[in-house]
Design a protein around this ligand. Structure first.
Ligand code: PFF
Length: 468
């Protein structure tokens, strides 16, 4: 059965698969979301838990997704249906694919709005707005930007069109060329920024914030009533760290599965997964190392929220020699990083429409793009018209709710289901014949997928709802 081929084509080499999957993984999650949630949740302890989730949950699930995709060679919905049938279990497993399609839809709807901020900042950087800018002015600039919904809408629309354009051309033709030079360039620029932060920022405070864990501060909420302090465990940072491990690695919704379905048979899944996870983690940590020294050197607030990088990095670009060029390049690369991720958000749905409905790629991509654009209006308004309390539910705006629902619930549930299917409902032989790992490595992986990963996800969920 491993002779199946994909009707959508195949990556031309393993390197291209790794770059495409890394292109999906590395995106706004690394450079925008990781720093701001790390800032909000107080640093070190949060980072440590996040890294543990990457190693114990992210890496094994990444291998699961690639192997399922490569074996099924179809859109995640049909792959799960085919494999479930082949392994003699219920085809209801195809709901994993459906949940992934919905997650992709919802994520792209807000992802595109944030990518639109980066697009706007390309223009700001290129036109010299950042030159000599102060911390205060940069805050005002960001405030002005998000308070104008027509502007956000225009950039959001442009980014959706960009995504539809590439997806319509087909992942290979649209993506292969872009990813080969993008990732090295992005890494290079991040290194320059880290170099700047070492020289000009408060590097020691930045490093201490990121890497010295204070578990009490992050995981307990303390209140003092009548002179007596009482602390309760707060499961939210734990859930956010785990959810972010899924989000940043593009796991739990079939994006990596669908990319795996285009992977040549002879390539090593384990080696590829290790490389992708290493690159993704490196980019996130580098972004943290670039940003926090600047936050502390300029007396900014680490918990500033989603605007964090837009309120810190321009200060650095404004002060450094060649900053106009570097700033423009940086935001341009951020747009590209978001672009290579957004493509993978719609690919599972597009692949399914092409397979089952015989719809042309262009039409499939355009209709999905339109749906995401429409839901995206909610996120556009979350920062202006609908930012008031009257529009919030439990202190969360529409954008916060979408972010929470997808990263903290839908993706981990999807990943959990994939691990349970592979470890408990499919045969050991299915995984063995795809991974081709020698012993004891296979047995270790098998144990992790059957026990450690599912129990890990469940424990985090139980903590979050306060059961544990
Ligand atoms: N991994 C992407 C990022 O870190 O920006 C976001 C993402 C892409 C999540 C694709 C999920 C996905 F399927």
């Amino acid at each position: 059965m491993s002779e199946r081929t994909s009707i959508h084509g195949q990556w031309s080499s393993r390197l291209i698969f790794v770059l495409a999957a890394a292109g999906s993984a590395v995106g706004l999650g690394n450079i925008w979301k990781f720093p701001y949630i790390t800032g909000e949740y107080g640093g070190g302890a949060f980072v440590l838990v996040y890294l543990l989730c990457i190693a114990l949950i992210g890496l094994p699930v990444m291998m699961v997704e690639i192997l399922l995709g490569r074996r099924g060679r179809q859109s995640p919905i049909n792959t799960m249906k085919t494999l479930a049938k082949e392994e003699g279990t219920t085809q209801a497993w195809s709901w994993i694919g459906w949940s992934g399609v919905i997650s992709g839809f919802l994520i792209l709807s807000f992802y595109s709005v944030i990518a639109g901020w980066a697009l706007a900042y390309v223009i700001e950087a290129a036109s010299g707005t950042f030159n000599g800018i102060s911390a205060e002015q940069v805050g005002e600039l960001f405030g002005d930007h998000v308070s104008s919904w027509p502007k956000l809408l225009a950039w959001h629309t442009l980014f959706i069109l960009m995504t539809v354009f590439v997806v319509a051309r087909g992942v290979r033709a649209g993506l292969e060329k872009a990813v080969t030079w993008l990732m090295p360039l992005l890494l290079g620029l991040l290194l320059i920024l880290v170099g700047y932060s070492i020289a000009e920022g408060d590097f020691a405070s930045g490093v201490a914030f990121l890497f010295s864990p204070d578990f009490d501060k992050v995981f307990y909420t303390c209140t003092t009533v009548a002179g007596a302090e009482s602390c309760v465990f707060n499961g939210e940072p734990l859930l956010t760290a785990m959810g972010h491990a899924f989000f940043t690695l593009s796991l739990g919704m079939g994006a990596i599965m669908v990319y795996g379905s285009y992977m040549p048979k002879k390539n090593s899944i384990t080696g590829s997964a290790l490389l992708i996870v290493a690159m993704d983690t490196a980019v996130a940590l580098l972004a943290g190392l670039a940003i926090f020294p600047l936050v502390f050197a300029n007396g900014l607030e680490p918990g500033a929220g989603p605007g964090l990088i837009f309120q810190t990095l321009p200060i650095a670009f404004g002060a450094m020699t060649g900053g106009q060029l570097f700033g423009t390049l940086f935001f341009l690369l951020l747009v590209f990083a978001a672009w290579t991720s957004s493509i993978s958000l719609v690919e599972p749905a597009v692949a399914w429409l092409v397979e089952n409905r015989g719809i042309k790629r262009l039409h499939a991509a355009a209709s999905i793009g339109f749906g995401c654009w429409l839901i995206g209006l909610g996120t556009v308004f979350s920062f202006n018209l609908w930012s008031g309390e009257a529009w919030q539910v439990g202190g969360k705006t529409f954008f916060d709710m979408l972010d929470y629902l997808t990263a903290n619930i839908l993706l981990p549930v999807g990943g959990l289901a994939m691990a349970i299917f592979t470890g408990w409902f499919a045969s050991r032989r299915m995984s063995e014949s795809e991974l081709l790992l020698s012993e004891p490595w296979f047995s270790i992986w098998w144990f992790v997928v059957r026990f450690i990963t599912p129990i890990g996800v469940l424990i985090v969920f139980l903590h979050a709802v306060g059961v544990v």
